[in-house]
Design a protein around this ligand. Structure first.
Ligand code: SAH
Length: 224
C-alpha cells in the first residue's frame, strides 16, 4: 500500500510514523508513507498557502492553487483509489471504513488547517471526506495519523500475530473483553481462575461472554 499525505506542517507527522507498528510496517515494505509539504507547491515566491476568506470573517482559508498543483503533480506518478480530505463534517471513521480502506492500493490524504480549505478542492478533487470525531482540531495532521494507523495495522503481515487485529474491539460487532498478564496475583488482585485453567474451549467461551457483557454495559447501541 502507498499513502501520500499533503500538509503544511510535515513535522507534525514525523513522530507517529516512526515508532512501533507503523514504523515496522514501513521497514517491512508493507506500506510506503510519503509526507508532502504543501508549501513546495505554493506557486509563489513567499511559499504562502493561505489567504483571507472571500466575504470577510475570521480565520484564513487554504488556497486552491497549492493543493491543485500538488495533487496534479502526485497524480502524474500514480492513480489514487481515494483522495481523502480530513474534515470534521466528513463521514465518521469507524472500523468497517478502516477495513475497506485497508484493501486499497493508493491513498492520498489532504490535511486542512486554519478555517479549512477552499471549497473548490473538495468539489473537484476530493473523493471522500473523513472525520475522526465530533470535535474540531487545529489541523488535519492528527486525524490523518489516526486514519493511517487504523488502516495500516490491518495490512496482512503488519501485526506479528496475524489474527490479533481480527479479535480487536468492533471487528465482530463487540468490544474487547478484559485482558491480564503476569503476575496472577498482585496485592491480592487476582486474575480470573478460568484463564489459568488451560481449558482453551472454556476460555474462548468465557472471553466471548465477557465481550458480550461489556458491550451490553458500555455500548448497548452496538447490539441493536
Ligand atoms: N472551520 C472548520 C474547521 C477547521 S479545523 C469547520 O468548522 O468545519 C482545521 C482543519 O483541521 C480542518 O480543515 C480539517 O482538515 C482538520 N480537522 C479538524 N477537526 C477534525 C476532525 N474531527 N476530523 C478530521 N479532521 C479534522
Amino acid at each position: 500500500m502507498r499513502i501520500d499525505i499533503v500538509t503544511v506542517l510535515p513535522g507534525l507527522l514525523e513522530s507517529p510514523f516512526s515508532h512501533s507498528i507503523l514504523q515496522r510496517a514501513q521497514n517491512k515494505g508493507l506500506v510506503t508513507i510519503e509526507v508532502h509539504n504543501l508549501r513546495d507547491y505554493s506557486g509563489n515566491k513567499h511559499r504562502s498557502v493561505d489567504d483571507y476568506p472571500y466575504g470577510g470573517g475570521a480565520g484564513m482559508v487554504m488556497s486552491v492553487e497549492p493543493f491543485a498543483n500538488c495533487i496534479d503533480h502526485l497524480r502524474t506518478e500514480r492513480a489514487y483509489d481515494e483522495i481523502i480530505f480530513m474534515s470534521p463534517d466528513g463521514e465518521l471513521l469507524d472500523q468497517p471504513m478502516a477495513n475497506a480502506l485497508s484493501l486499497k492500493s493508493n491513498l492520498l490524504i489532504l490535511c486542512g488547517h486554519y478555517k479549512g480549505i477552499d471549497e473548490r478542492i473538495r468539489e473537484h478533487y476530493v473523493t471522500r471526506e473523513i472525520s475522526i470525531g465530533n470535535y474540531v482540531l487545529s489541523g488535519g495532521e492528527l486525524p490523518a495519523a489516526v486514519l493511517v494507523d487504523a488502516v495500516v495495522r490491518l495490512l496482512p503481515g503488519v501485526l506479528s500475530d496475524e489474527t490479533s487485529a481480527l479479535s480487536d474491539s468492533f471487528q465482530n460487532g463487540l468490544v474487547d473483553g478484559p485482558v491480564y498478564t503476569r503476575p496472577a496475583n498482585f496485592r491480592g488482585w487476582k486474575v480470573p481462575d478460568i484463564l489459568l485453567s488451560g481449558n482453551t474451549p472454556e476460555i474462548e467461551k468465557w472471553r466471548f461472554e465477557q465481550s458480550l457483557e461489556r458491550t451490553r454495559k458500555r455500548r448497548p447501541d452496538m447490539l441493536k
